[in-house]
Structure formats: structure tokens, C-alpha cells
Write a protein that binds this ligand. Structure first.
Ligand SMILES: NC(=O)c1ccc[n+]([C@@H]2O[C@H](COP(=O)([O-])OP(=O)(O)OC[C@H]3O[C@@H](n4cnc5c(N)ncnc54)[C@H](O)[C@@H]3O)[C@@H](O)[C@H]2O)c1
Length: 276
């Protein structure tokens, strides 16, 4: 175990699989007490058990971040178990692709709900334990511990992407969200940054034909990209390959670590050089 995040408590949403799970493992290996949260209870528990088996500290709080009551539940459970909150990673998300002219209101609103409204409610619910806690510490002459928020965005947001009007709009929304929190909470020493991933190997970027879906309101939404694009994408990436979840998690750790102590309001593109 290393100690970049020693004595820090981190909530990671969407941590049951993919980038969130890899981030939970990496944060725990760096000494953080990790709150693993995902809408799917089974993978949430698996990640918790894996972290504990490796000697790390973790608890699971399964739930849907788009449920208006869940952010409070998640923050309360974290405070009850660990008594503090230093890092919040807004990672939970998915894609619900379609061309603009065929996109339903439900499809549009689902992307804003999971990528914008849920992080807003979570940061607001965390405010007493992050912003207000730092304010009190500063008022009493204490040096606040490091605190930060990291939002997971996408190059689809920064550059647009065919078939992803809803997702691109929401992921670009996270950039404005990030900059605003950085400006509002910077005075309390709380940093807020975003990572915009390109192609990281998860079920969101595998060939659509492999048939992965996510259930939303009883509807099975297909995940992935069409296989011809999946095969072509490597040609657009200067590094010549897609990224791993471990590499994605590394970039989130970088922004959470003391090495990023003066980085605030930034959106880090993690793409292997795609789109430069
Ligand atoms: N994979 C990529 O290339 C890529 C690129 C850009 C951005 N992203 C973003 O990275 C984040 C993680 O995606 P991933 O690729 O690891 O996908 P993934 O499907 O492997 O993991 C996402 C996790 O989020 C959870 N989740 C989804 N909706 C949720 C909700 N409403 N409440 C709670 N949990 C929920 C899922 O159950 C899943 O476990 C997402 O925000 C995604 O948009 C991924």
C-alpha cells in the first residue's frame, strides 16, 4: 500500500464496474477509505470484498444516483461510517445514443439526470461536510485537510459526437459545473476538476453487437459503439490503442493527489492524444 490518499475518505459513484471500480481499487491501495456506490448492488459488494481482501478499507452504498433521495442517503452513510468526506468522484453514467431527429424527451432527460442533476445533488448534499467544514476550520485558524471533487466527463462533450446529442450536452455541462464549483469552493481550499475520457475499454466502448444493455425504467438500453467504429477508432488515437480502466483510474488519482494541489477548475483530456 502507498499513501497518496492516507486518512482520506472518498466516495466514488458508478464504482461497481469499469472506470469507477478501478478507481475504487486504486484509491484504496493509496490508503483512502473508499465508499463504493453503484446502482447494481451485487458488483458493488464484489468490489468492496476485493478491496478488503487486498487489505484496504471500503464500504458499499448501493443506489441509483438519479433517485432524488439517494444523495443524502449516500452522504449520511459515509459520515456515519467514516465521520468525514474528502474526495467525491462523480463517475456514474451511461450512454443512450440516438440521432437528434429521432431522440425522445426521455432519452434526452435521462442523460441530464445522471450526468448533471445527480452530481449537483451530491455536491449539494456533501456541502456541510466539505465546504462548511472547511469554512469552520479556516475560521478557527486550522489548516483544512485536502478536499476535492472530480467529475467524469467525455471527449464527446468537449468535441461533440454523432448520435450523442444528449450525452455530449450533459458531459459538456459537467465542464461548466466543474469550473463553477472550483470558483465557489476554491476559497475553502476545495478543488474541483474534471477528466474527459476518450476510448477506455469498458462496456460503454465495446462493440454494440456484443449485446450489453442497461435497464432504465424497465427499458433495456443498448450500450457500446457500432463494431465498424470500434475497429476504426484506434486509427484516430496517436498512441494507437484504447485506454485501460487502470489508466483511467490513474488520471483520477492524479487529480485527487497532492501533486494536483494547485490544479483547480481544469478538464483533463485522457485520450491517448485523440482529437488534439
Ligand atoms: N469508457 C469510456 O471510454 C468513457 C469515455 C468517456 C466518459 N466515460 C464516462 O466514464 C464513466 C464510467 O463509465 P464506464 O465506461 O466505466 O462504464 P461502466 O458501464 O463500465 O460503469 C459505469 C457504472 O455506473 C453505474 N451507473 C450507471 N447509472 C447509474 C446510476 N443512475 N446510479 C448509480 N450508478 C449508475 C453502472 O451500474 C456502472 O457500474 C461514465 O460517466 C461514462 O460516461 C467513459
Amino acid at each position: 500500500m502507498s499513501s497518496l490518499l492516507q486518512n482520506q475518505v472518498a466516495i466514488i459513484t458508478g464504482a461497481g464496474r469499469g472506470i469507477g471500480a478501478a478507481t475504487a481499487h486504486l484509491f484504496a491501495a493509496q490508503g483512502a477509505s473508499v465508499v463504493v456506490s453503484d446502482r447494481d448492488a451485487e458488483p458493488t459488494e464484489e468490489v468492496v470484498q476485493e478491496i478488503r481482501s487486498a487489505g484496504g478499507i471500503a464500504m458499499g452504498v448501493p443506489g441509483d444516483v438519479t433517485d432524488p433521495a439517494f444523495p443524502d442517503t449516500l452522504i449520511k452513510a459515509t459520515m456515519a461510517e467514516y465521520g468525514a468526506l474528502h474526495i467525491l468522484v462523480n463517475n456514474a453514467g451511461y450512454t443512450w445514443d440516438g440521432m437528434l431527429h429521432k431522440m425522445s424527451d426521455k432519452q434526452w432527460e435521462a442523460m441530464l439526470a445522471v450526468h448533471n442533476t445527480a452530481p449537483f445533488r451530491l455536491v449539494r448534499a456533501a456541502s456541510p461536510h466539505m465546504r462548511d467544514a472547511a469554512k469552520k476550520e479556516l475560521a478557527t485558524g486550522q489548516v483544512p485537510p485536502p478536499r476535492c471533487i472530480i467529475n467524469v466527463s467525455s471527449t464527446s462533450g468537449l468535441h461533440g459526437n454523432v448520435g450523442q446529442l444528449n450525452y455530449a450536452t450533459a458531459k459538456m455541462g459537467m465542464v461548466g459545473f466543474t469550473k463553477t464549483v472550483a470558483k465557489e469552493w476554491g476559497a475553502f481550499g476545495i478543488r474541483c476538476n474534471a477528466v474527459a475520457f476518450g476510448y477506455i475499454e469498458t462496456r460503454l466502448t465495446q462493440a454494440k453487437e456484443s449485446g450489453e444493455t442497461i435497464a432504465v425504467d424497465g427499458e433495456e438500453i443498448p450500450l457500446g459503439v457500432p463494431s465498424h467504429l470500434h475497429d476504426m477508432v484506434k486509427m484516430m488515437i496517436p498512441l494507437g490503442r484504447t485506454g485501460t480502466v487502470e489508466e483511467a483510474a490513474g488520471s483520477i488519482l492524479l487529480l485527487a493527489s497532492p501533486f494536483a494541489g494547485y490544479i483547480n477548475g481544469h478538464t483533463l483530456e485522457v485520450t491517448g492524444g485523440m482529437g488534439i
